[in-house]
Design a protein around this ligand. Structure first.
Ligand code: COA
Length: 374
């Protein structure tokens, strides 16, 4: 969806959006797509690159603010469709910082020895929670998904440092009122700009917060890793607004070109924005094995997170498999049929129970009881 497309139904222009945000277009999920289907595709693409089987995954973390349900988790849906039969799965809610939080959680679990391989997915369908009549917010977001595979490896590097932060006092600046443990009507700030199930935002305040925390948290993460900004090959930031990145570059005293930016083509895809930008940068050869890079996410909560990573790829002997691609496809098919068959059988059972006369059921129970007594 281009800015031009947007200006057909809201009072905005391509010129305004590009000059204030750097965004030119965004992708919108089709009616059949959901956060889980997008996340599944991203996870499958990541497994293809890592060349591992879904049965080798120990943990799936799905960072999202737009899950299909409160529960089951989107991660569990993806786990079933992948056929990751021996994997744990959970959703992580840290808004646009979620991917960095997720990578940190997976890294700690691998370092502790409790798991060997994790998939971290950032996936969102913000188009479903936007108020498409609010030009201050709907122009900023898009749908998308990205994923990475993390694994224990003999290669030096990986995550060198993480800084995870939160300031919940700013929770009124950015959020989505939705079904939960709070009576929505009791929120004092609820008015026509706070609609049930729709995102609200104080753009100016979020802008100031973002420009402050990017520089601060990257500097802290670099200190912990014992590196300086000159050691970084690239910074992959959350893709919110090009002006936020320009301000962060000024505060870090670095050239803007160190930041990987693609918000012009995807807009803000929240937890998915960092993995999408990361994958593009790797595919373009901008990030190579051995490079030091940084991630920085910021958003609702308020939450923010920075991380320094030495980009490493395990050697082929640690991951070489015969016919892995074909085996993956077979496992996906089996997983899909397993989900479908299980649900169909449960539905069939429900229907049979409903049409069976109650008396017949009681008689069966009595017969079973008599038999057991004998
Ligand atoms: N098209 C045209 N005009 C628009 C508009 C749009 N899509 N959205 C707002 N305007 C108008 C406003 O109504 C206002 O008009 P007025 O002066 O007549 O009242 C004017 O443009 C300026 O609005 P303002 O909100 O001050 O613009 P801004 O320069 O602060 O830019 C944002 C607004 C939302 C782009 C900017 O605040 C921002 O990017 N904030 C950060 C948001 C973000 O990244 N959130 C996610 C973080 S994870």
């Amino acid at each position: 969806m281009t800015n031009q497309d947007l200006s057909a139904f809201i009072d905005t222009t391509d010129e305004w959006i590009v000059s204030r945000t750097g965004i030119r277009e965004r992708h919108i999920a089709s009616d059949k797509e959901t956060t889980a289907t997008l996340g599944l595709k991203a996870a499958q693409a990541a497994l293809d690159i890592a060349d591992i089987l879904p049965t080798e995954i120990d943990l799936i973390i799905c960072a999202t603010s737009t899950p299909e349900y409160i529960f089951p988790s989107t991660a569990s849906l993806i786990q079933a469709w992948l056929g990751a039969s021996t994997s744990g799965a959970f959703d992580l809610s840290a808004a646009c910082s979620g991917f960095v939080y997720g990578v940190d959680m997976a890294t700690q679990a691998i370092k502790s020895g409790s798991i060997r391989t994790a998939v971290v997915i950032g996936t969102e369908t913000f188009s479903r929670i936007l108020d498409w009549t609010d030009r201050g917010t709907c122009i900023l977001f898009g749908d998308g998904a990205g994923a990475v595979v993390l694994t224990a490896s003999s290669v030096e590097g990986g995550v060198l440092s993480s800084v995870l932060r939160s300031d919940g006092s700013g929770g009124d600046l950015l959020g989505v009122p939705s079904v939960g443990s709070i009576d929505i009507s009791s929120i004092p700030t609820l008015d026509e700009s706070h609609k049930m199930g729709k995102m609200f935002m104080n753009g100016g305040e979020v802008f100031k917060f973002a420009t402050r925390v990017i520089g601060e948290s990257i500097t802290q993460a670099l200190d912990i890793a014992g590196l300086t900004i000159a050691d970084l090959k690239a910074i992959v930031p959350h893709q919110a607004n090009i002006r936020i990145i320009q301000a962060a570059a000024r505060s870090l005293k670095v050239d803007e070109s160190i930041f990987v930016c693609n918000m012009d083509r995807y807009a803000n895809t929240s937890a998915a924005s960092i993995p999408i930008a990361l994958v593009e940068a790797v595919q373009q050869g901008r990030i190579k094995p051995g490079d030091n890079i940084a991630f920085v996410g910021f958003g609702g909560g308020l939450s923010w997170a920075a991380m320094v990573v030495k980009w490493g790829v395990p050697p082929p002997e640690e991951r070489g498999r015969v016919l892995s691609r074909q085996r993956r496809q077979v496992l996906y098919r089996v997983a899909w049929w397993r989900v479908l068959l299980g649900r169909t059988l449960r539905q069939l059972n429900d229907v049979i129970n409903r049409i069976r006369p109650e008396r017949g059921r009681m008689e069966r129970l009595r017969r079973n009881y008599d038999r057991s007594e004998r």
